[in-house]
Ligand binder design. Sequence first.
Ligand SMILES: Cc1cc2nc3c(=O)[nH]c(=O)nc-3n(C[C@H](O)[C@H](O)[C@H](O)COP(=O)(O)O)c2cc1C
Length: 430
Amino acid sequence: MSVAETKLLTRRISSNEDGTTVPCFDPEAYLADGGYAALKKALRTGPEAVIEDVKRSQLTGRGGAGFPTGLKWQFTAREQRGPKYLLCNADEGEIGTRKDRLLLEGDPYRVLEGMTIAAYAIGAEKGIVYFNEHYRGIARQWEGMIAEAEQAGLLGDNVLGEGLRFHVKVCLGRGLYIAGEEMALIASIEGRRPESRPKPPFPAVAGLLGLPTCVNNVETLANVPDIVERGADWFLSFGLEGDHGTRLITLSGDVAQECVREVEVGACTIREAVEAFARGTLHGGPIKAVQPGGGTSAFLRGDSADALIARGPIADAGSSIGTAGIIAYEEGHSMVEAVARLLDYYGRASCGRCAPCRIGTVRTLEIIRRFQAGGAAPEDLERLKRIGRTCIAASTCGLGQSFPLPVLSALELFPEEFANGIASAQAGRR
Ligand SMILES: Cc1cc2nc3c(=O)[nH]c(=O)nc-3n(C[C@H](O)[C@H](O)[C@H](O)COP(=O)(O)O)c2cc1C
């Protein structure tokens, strides 16, 4: 079977010979290629029609949680209080995920137009793009682009001469993974520690400065101009029943060539994508395991790499599509080591506000380290499961609810590797 990209979001993006993205911050080029036709159409049809179209397209958030975008916009639009805010989440801190970077550099005006349409639909006059510190260079380019867009009448008090007000600012975070979680992101923009808090109230009701706020991922917003311009039916013609459009997949881990590619939802399997785009596994061996939705998604066994890249098939296999960050683990890769590496990252990312996540990440890593060293006790297996289940049930935000997923799935799928880390097993071998 031939596996090919479907370039909707990436159709204007090109790469240098070394694989890096060619930055394109030129408003003229974007306008010449049909840019802003969608915003013009949106201004003609009105905000309600835009929300209806996005709802009908069944576009779901690409930031990990997969919430229906049109519905989120409707909740924010319904709020009577103002001013309202539109936040573009460009934190991109999830392990194995680098898709937003491609759009932020390669077709930034697409994201900006998506933001403008979203802001118009919900009634926000202010937008903020929140960058991870590691994207400092891109954030600077965005600042220049925003100034230029104001000059060109694409932002400001009279966008496209149509009386629309929309001002955008850049906010640079400090490179903390937790800052990508929407409540922590809002806290960070407000100048507070990036900490999550329980929901409700959701940002649509009480977000930035306590005001109605819509938080959307970069890729989600990049989908908006085409949906508005070409219509929901066009978008629905891509993908599978209930899961439409394309996904920007990041292929990483034990692969020959890490890369980001755009594939139609359900058009190929994980294995086909690894073979076709990442030139197979690092040493040419079989795929032992895979995380299909970034570092916080549950592991699947290698034979589940035959699942189609789409929400349903990946859920049926036992994991989630999340950010579509596909991390491959080749035969021979220790799953105890893999889990330790993930926990090291997520443990340091915990904001510490809620006890299950604050304590659970530390205890889990301590126990995993004992398995790594071959000094775990038999009871440590049960301890890991108990801590994981407690964190999933009792944590405030998605970090505490999801970091146990790779741990629990590794325990279930590769029990022998953990059994080898138990002290008595080591003694028996001597
Ligand atoms: C720990 C954690 C980190 C997150 N990091 C990001 C991120 O970097 N970018 C992002 O768009 N969403 C991230 N999210 C999801 C956001 O909370 C939120 O759901 C998303 O930005 C909403 O946009 P969407 O509906 O367009 O996907 C994160 C969630 C959690 C729990």
